[in-house]
Write a protein that binds this ligand. Structure first.
Ligand code: SF4
Length: 418
């Protein structure tokens, strides 16, 4: 059981974990603890650890998390709005996109999206996260009109919207320069941008995942330009498909370089590949999604490599479930993500952990690992700290069987010799 291994590594002291690690891994981890940046070779060494080295990485990531952001676990009350699933891009890893003629294709009207935003605010949301497919006949000014409509009704709501791929599509459609297009979105009410569509920032890997998607250089251009205009973004990485550990390391170090220059990333979100309903997996071109050791390792690796630059490492409970998400919060992560209220992208690819969770359920789970929940804004301003449990805190009982029995194989973890 993951829970048991999780408890066991929690009982191991940092010093004991480091002294049991191999000299090369202990040396790299001690360098990170001394606040020095690790390079590619050190990162690759950490990205392939097993046994005692694995436990040492987890313990050091947890310690760096504690030093950098303390013991609060943050979350945001938000709603996802996946406004259309019609898409012409055809990413092989996607289970969400549909052709315009598909029987289950949809495109929500602006009125519907405003109504959903109003309902979200009534349920306590401070953010809506808007992303969708790319329909062939999309008007490049649709994104602007949607922002204006939401902001005219809900001026205080934070709108976190449009992946770099959608921004690139808007530019393609309108023929406006990137900077002008982003400024237009900002003036219409765009507050921040999801750093999705990053997948793995390596064009050879991207070619096999999605040859029609924007290239690494375009992703970086959108992100850098947004940051230069004062529009923060998140950063993400999709793992568990065709990539190798060296791609994780290059990807994370690239994000670190951008952050050194712009300071515009609010967080890093590792996103495990959800495989069942995807062409990439069904055609035999990818492994069967993210594994438990990979999940723990990627969150810990990110904490160690991004130390001092990107303070927030977010779990994705939609993709990992709650058991593993809590374990990752003890392996370098510090943010529980959001309530979501609805979610279509991971669910369409085969995720089974639900699409909505209440703030009280989030807080109850955070309490299970002995940490203090804190509600945050999208940009990590603490809105309220919950030092004590209240009446709304309850565990999602219907999910407990999943939490108790859903942990995948973790043989690699068991190699630790404590
Ligand atoms: S990942 Fe996004 S761009 Fe790619 S096919 Fe799916 S909806 Fe379209």
């Amino acid at each position: 059981m993951l829970n048991q291994v999780h408890r066991e590594w929690n009982d191991i002291s940092l010093d004991r974990a480091l002294s049991a690690a191999s000299p090369a891994v202990a040396g790299a981890l001690e360098k990170a603890l001394a606040a020095h940046d690790l390079g590619f070779d050190e990162g690759l060494r950490l990205a392939t650890v097993e046994g005692n080295d694995f436990v040492a990485l987890i313990k050091v990531a947890d310690e760096l998390r504690r030093r950098e952001v303390g013991d609060h676990v943050t979350y945001v009350v938000n709603r996802n709005l996946n406004f259309t699933n019609i898409c012409i891009v055809g990413c092989a890893f996607c289970g969400f996109g549909r052709g315009a003629d598909a029987p289950d294709a949809y495109f929500h009207s602006i009125e519907t999206l405003v109504a959903k935003s109003v309902e979200a605010v009534e349920r306590g949301a401070t953010e809506v996260c808007i992303q969708g497919g790319l329909p062939r006949d999309l008007d490049g000014y649709f994104y602007v009109r949607l922002l204006r409509a939401i902001k005219s009704r809900l001026p205080g709501l934070h709108v976190h919207a449009y992946s770099p791929m959608e921004i690139a599509y808007g530019i393609d459609k309108t023929r406006l320069p990137l900077r002008d297009y982003l400024l237009m979105l900002k003036e219409a009410g765009l507050n921040s941008i999801p750093g999705t569509a990053a997948e793995i920032l390596d064009d050879s890997v991207r070619k096999s995942l999605s040859p029609n998607k924007l290239k690494v250089r375009q992703w970086i251009d959108v992100i850098r330009t947004a940051h230069s205009l004062g529009i923060p973004t998140t950063s993400t990485m999709m793992y568990g498909h065709t990539e190798l550990p060296e791609h994780w390391v290059r990807h994370i170090l690239l994000l670190r370089e951008i952050q050194k220059e712009t300071g515009g990333f609010t967080e890093f979100v590792p996103l495990g590949f959800i495989h069942p309903q995807t062409r990439l997996f069904q055609s035999g071109r990818a492994r069967a999604g993210h594994s438990t050791p990979e999940d723990l390792l990627v969150h810990a690796l990110a904490r160690v490599l991004l130390r001092g630059y990107i303070p927030n490492i977010q779990i994705s409970w939609v993709k990992m479930g709650f058991d593993l998400s809590l374990a990752c919060l003890d392996a370098g992560a510090n943010d529980f993500s959001g309530t979501l209220m609805e979610e279509s992208i991971s669910k369409s690819a085969g995720a089974t952990f639900g699409e909505s969770i209440t703030p009280g359920e989030i807080r109850a789970m955070i309490r299970m690992i002995g940490r203090t929940p804190a509600e945050r804004s999208t940009t990590y301003k603490i809105l309220k700290t919950f030092d004590y449990a209240d009446a709304e805190e309850r565990l999602p009982l219907e999910r407990l069987p999943v939490m108790a029995g859903g942990a995948p194989d973790h043989a690699q973890l068991a190699q630790a010799s404590y």
